[in-house]
Design a protein around this ligand. Sequence first.
Ligand code: AK3
Length: 274
Amino acid sequence: SRKSPTREWSLHEFDMGRPLGKGKFGRVYMVRTKCEPRYILALKTLYKSEIVQSKVEKQIRREIEIQQNLRHPNVLRLYGYFHDEKRIFLMLEFAGKGELYKQLSKYGCFTEKRSARYIDQMADALIYLHGKHVIHRDIKPENLLLGINGELKIGDFGWSVHAPGNRRKTLCGTLDYLPPEMVEGKEHSEKVDYWALGVLTYEFLIGNPPFEDRSSTNNTYRRIAKVDLRFPSSMSPDVKDLIAKLLQYEPEKRLALTEVRKHPWIVKYRPRKP
Ligand SMILES: Cn1ncc2ncnc(NCCc3cnc(NC(=O)Nc4cccc(C(F)(F)F)c4)s3)c21
C-alpha cells in the first residue's frame, strides 16, 4: 500500500481533554483533533530538558522508530510525534479502559479466567514483536493498558530494542521482572520477554511478583539468579506448570510462545467462538 507520508502535526491542532496520568518524564492527556475527521488520542508530553538530562534521547528515537511500524491489536499504536521548543509529544492510541496496573491494585489480583485471557493476548503480541525482531524488555503491569473492550495493549516501548540486545540496562524501576541473564549482565535475547511473561502470570494471580523481596533489592537479585520460585497452595497445578516452564534459568529452555498459546491453562479459558 502507498505509504501515507507522515504529515507534520502541532499542538494547536488539538483540543486538550482530561489528564490521563503522569509518567516519569511528563504527563499524558486525552486530546481530540480540532478538524474533521475528529480523532481521539492520548498525547504524551516529554520535556526535552529531562530527556537530555537523563541521556535517553537515543531511547526515545528508537521507541518512535520501532513503535511507528508496529500494527497489532494488542500493541498500543504510536501514530506519530512532533515537538516544540521545550517538549516532544507522542501521539498515542487512546486506551479506553486505562492502565492495567490500576485494576490490579484495585482488585489485588485477577481471576484465572481474566489472567489467562491477558496472558494469551500478551503471547500473541510477543509472537508478533519477536517476528519483527523487537524485544520489549520492559513487560510489567505498569506498561500495560486496556482498550475500550477490555483488550490488553502493550505500551511504552521506551526500553525496546532490535534483537539481540546486550546493552546494559541501567536499572531503574522494579527489578522484579529482570531475568537471570540481565541480572548477571549477560547478553540477552527475546527470551527475556518469555521470562517476564512468566513473572506477569504469577503477579496477575497472586498480586505480587514471584521473586519480590520488599526489604532488599539484593535479595530479589539473589532469588532471581537462583530461580527461587515458590507457589502458594492456592495456585492450580496447570498454571504452576505454565509458570515453571517460562521461569527457566536457561533462556533456551523457556516454553515457546506458540506453546504458551496451546497450554491447557490458556486453552481452558479461551473465549468460545460464537
Ligand atoms: C494513562 N493512559 N490512559 C489511557 C491511555 N491511553 C494511551 N496511553 C496512555 N498512557 C501513555 C502510555 C504510554 C505509551 N507509550 C509511552 N512511551 C513512553 O512513555 N516513552 C518514554 C517516555 C519517557 C522516557 C522514555 C525512554 F525511552 F527514555 F525510556 C520513553 S507512555 C493512557
